[in-house]
Ligand binder design. Structure first.
Ligand code: PGA
Length: 246
């Protein structure tokens, strides 16, 4: 089954209203990239504006996190329903920075993935091993366990992002062979799920994807796209990464 590649930009805590010019360039560039799904995940403050600017284009807007509940006394939090209402189509859950800085566990991530489903958002579930886990040969087991814990049993439409923690924002990447090995592990894990999850679910690679390495990393078997951090902040670089699929 052909899976349409997804290239998603995770802007993290970057971007003021003045970033709309950069976003407009992404929308314009998307017209010449019909074969690739492009998504920008800006800070929550920019979601509604970007969604309005993207209307009529193929560019999707994603959020970077959500609360597990639809509403309530949770000062500062934003629900999946609110993100959907603002124009988001997807939400990243379980990014390693959320797991690390906010103490999110697999159970938290699973609850957030369920919230995404409830609100009609596509969940992008992030998993990845630390350097120490890779060095001691535990990477595949760690990723399998994170998937077991983070992906709800009845979730059908979702995306997996494999993001080795040690590769995020460091300029380091696994070799294409190592990426291929892990994506095969994830593909096999998906194959054990109901429906056609094994064939249809996209697996993104994330962690120091740049214009220089995109072609090589995105050509690996079972890599159905990329989750791009730093390099997604510049429209020109983000579009060049997406063009690696041509
Ligand atoms: P990076 O971030 O591309 O800046 O390494 C990736 C991510 O955290 O999703």
């Amino acid at each position: 089954m052909a899976r349409r590649p997804l290239v998603a930009g995770n802007w993290k805590m970057h971007g003021l209203q003045s970033a709309s010019g950069e976003f407009d360039k992404i929308v314009a560039g998307a017209r010449s990239l019909p074969g690739v799904e492009l998504m920008v995940c800006p800070p929550a403050t920019l979601i509604a504006g970007f969604a309005a600017a993207a209307r009529g284009s193929s560019v999707l807007i994603g959020a970077q996190d959500c609360h597990a509940l639809a509403s309530g006394a949770y000062t500062g939090d934003i629900s999946a329903e609110m993100l959907k209402d603002a124009g988001a189509a997807a939400v990243i859950v379980g990014h390693s920075e959320r797991r690390h800085y906010h103490g999110e566990t697999d159970a938290t991530v699973r609850a957030k993935a369920l919230a995404a489903k409830r609100a009609g958002l596509l969940a992008i579930v992030c998993v990845g091993e630390t350097r120490a886990e890779r060095d001691t040969g535990r990477a595949a087991a760690v990723v399998r366990a994170a998937l077991d814990g983070s992906v709800p049993d009845d979730l059908v439409d979702f995306v997996v992002a494999y993001e080795p923690v040690w590769a995020i924002g460091t300029g380091l990447t696994p070799t294409p062979a190592d990426v291929g090995d892990m994506h095969r592990v994830i593909r096999e894990w998906l194959g054990s799920r109901p429906g056609k999850a094994g064939e249809r679910t996209r697996i993104l690679y994330g962690g120091s994807v740049t214009t220089a390495n995109a072609k090589e990393l995105l050509a690996v078997d079972n890599v159905d796209g990329a989750l791009v951090g730093g390099a997604s902040l510049k429209a020109q670089d983000f579009l060049a990464i997406a063009r690696a699929y041509r």
